[in-house]
Design a protein around this ligand. Structure first.
Ligand code: F6R
Length: 591
């Protein structure tokens, strides 16, 4: 949610493409507006544009950037996504320029304290620039520390001061920020994805740490203004590539990579099985609680069902933004599993903090091994999905489901004192995914794109698959869509059904097929269009999305893949860029 980058270059001029290509790597964090800040003829200047980084690129001249630059790509929280609210912000007398990721909760109080200053935006962020300008300390880094001590909320901050044109000033609380000293200069960024190709190690700031960095110095401070020492961390290659490998969109590329992801999971977990979950740990577990947001929450719902079915341990999945305010008792004999592709989702991290502070056993299921979540949990499980660029999650969701399946099976094996070859199930899934069959989905997409609303229904795991399918469709096609357990259709949902509605019935269990088909008839009787997503042969009067049949519950991943592709194809038909749908950010670092 908002991405920030800073560069200090050994060259006299930072080429605009270097800066904007780095910023582009963060576009998954938002694309409402973009802007850059730099020194020119002794003055701080900013160039901003509503919309994407490519739009900004078209108005930035190559030779206008200085030795030190900051840049920002925005996902709007406070203030409309317009030019006024685009970052960077300059202070009133243009002595400071800042970019910010996070939310300043007390910005209205701070604005009042500042008195008669003219603000140019309706954001919470601008107040930081004004506070920096008004601070009386002689040293810029002290000003930043003093200002940040007044802020409530979350921030990754990158600032430039007119008095120190060759330095960048950095602060962090709750939103991530990293610094790399590479051979060609300094890069500061919200994600280490910006460092690939520029160096081998980097610094990671912790909460309430500060940094002043120039070509010749890099100094870290704590919130009391005392210098602190920090160790560099090795940059693990994320195999980031800005190439779509011949695919038209990242979303499609990532859907097509799902077989490879499952293959990576098999490689990883056959050589490093779940060693931390030994007999002693497993036998103490009385309950499993899974926590996540969005697609990760849906993976958690499926995971909870795997735990219940396979281990017979009580399992429940919560939405992180709910869990953190429920005041639930944290039990020492409960296994808490936090699921997050990015490992930076604010509500998931807040729930994790809460459980951790009460001594619960915390497991992280994540795609980013250097993320805040990965660092905070007791046990971290890598989902091995590789960088996911498209904003809507596809391959990472499948990977989360697979890892949760394997963990539930591993625990089942220990509890039943028998060896369970769950990798065989995962291998069957991999083989099927790698056949890459996405049959007759295009026809269905064309049909769906003309409908006003789509209802996904299913029973048991198929209901959870419905939730994810519905989320994916609304995210990238903007069609109004929701999910409902098949049996609930009669309890109100049918009121929504007419000839503008499409109902997608997910039916992967043969014993529940007839029940699901009865529900389909109820829709048919009310002129709703029916699509059946199933591995079984269904009467010809219904359009079918055929799913390959496999023996395990991992068939839900095959359903997910077909319906991800359906969402993708529907967005293409509707002329929407599925990689950058409106109002969506991949990394939700604010509450
Ligand atoms: C859906 C999507 C979001 C994320 C959610 C959680 O396509 O991408 O719903 O699943 O924001 O993000 P992570 O998994 O990074 O915590």
């Amino acid at each position: 949610m908002c991405g920030i980058v800073g560069v200090i270059s050994k060259d006299k001029i930072i080429k605009k493409n270097v800066l904007l290509d780095l910023l582009k790597r963060l576009e998954y964090r938002g694309y409402d507006s973009a802007g850059i800040g730099f020194m020119s003829l002794g003055k701080l200047r900013v160039i901003k544009q509503k919309g994407s980084i490519d739009k900004l690129r078209s108005i930035v001249k190559n030779d206008c950037l200085g030795v030190t630059c900051i840049a920002h790509t925005r996902w709007a929280t406070h203030g409309k996504p317009n030019l006024h609210n685009a970052h960077p912000f300059l202070s009133e007398s243009k002595t400071w320029a800042i970019v910010h990721n996070g939310i300043i909760e007390n910005y209205l109080d701070l604005k009042k304290e500042l008195g008669n200053i003219k603000f140019s935006s309706s954001t919470d962020s601008e107040v930081i620039a004004q506070l920096l300008e008004k601070d009386s300390d002689k040293k810029d880094i002290n000003k930043l520390i003093r200002v940040c001590n007044k802020l409530k909320g979350s921030f990754a901050l990158l600032c430039m001061s007119v008095t120190n044109p060759n330095s960048l000033f950095i602060a962090k609380r709750k939103s991530p920020i990293y610094v790399m000293k590479g051979k060609d200069g300094i890069i500061v960024a919200s994600d280490t994805i910006c460092f690939e190709g520029f160096g081998k190690s980097y610094y990671s700031l912790e909460d309430d740490e500060f940094c002043e960095v120039g070509l010749e110095k890099i100094e870290f401070y704590n919130k009391k203004g005392k210098k602190i020492k920090k160790e560099e961390q090795k940059l693990e290659s994320l195999n980031y590539s800005s190439s779509k490998n011949g695919f038209e969109h990242f979303m499609l590329k990532e859907i097509m990579e799902e077989g490879l992801v499952v293959s990576n999971i098999i490689k990883k977990y056959s050589s490093e099985p779940f060693l931390s979950f030994n007999e002693c740990v497993v036998r103490k577990i009385k309950k499993v609680v899974l926590i996540g947001c969005g697609s990760a929450y849906h993976a958690g719902l499926i995971g909870a069902r795997f735990f219940e079915k396979n281990t017979l341990i009580d399992a429940r999945c919560y939405i992180a933004s709910e869990f953190r305010y429920l005041n639930n008792k944290i039990d020492k004999d409960t296994l808490y599993i936090f699921i997050s592709q990015s490992g930076e989702t604010a509500d998931t991290l807040a729930s994790l903090e809460l459980v951790k502070n009460s001594g619960g056993l915390c497991v992280g299921v994540t795609n980013v091994m250097h993320s805040t979540l990965a660092k905070m949990v007791d046990i971290v499980l890598d989902v091995c999905a590789g960088v996911e660029v498209a904003v809507a999650s596809t391959k990472a969701y499948i990977a989360q489901v697979v890892v949760l399946y394997m963990l539930s099976k591993h625990i089942e094996g220990i509890l039943k004192s028998k060896s369970i070859n769950f990798l065989k199930d995962v291998e069957e899934l991999r083989l099927t995914l790698q056949k890459n069959e996405i049959n007759n989905v295009d026809k269905v997409a064309s049909l769906i794109s003309k409908k006003q609303s789509v209802i996904f229904i299913g029973r048991d795991l198929d209901y959870y698959s419905s939730l994810e399918a519905s989320l994916k469709l609304k995210e990238v096609s903007y069609i109004s869509s929701f999910a409902c357990p098949s049996g609930e259709l009669k309890h109100g949902y049918l009121a929504q059904v007419d000839n503008t509605t499409c109902v997608v019935v997910i039916a992967t269990k043969i014993d529940l097929l007839d029940k699901n088909l009865n529900n389909a008839s109820e829709v048919d009787a009310r002129d709703g269009k029916i699509i059946i997503c199933s591995p079984f042969k269904i009467e010809d009067k219904y359009t079918q999305i055929k799913v390959e049949n496999i023996t395990s519950d991992l068939i839900c991943c095959l359903v997910a893949r077909k319906l991800q592709y359906l969402a993708y194809q529907t967005s293409i038909i509707k002329g929407i860029n599925p990689d950058k749908p409106r109002n969506l950010a991949k990394s939700v670092t604010v509450e």
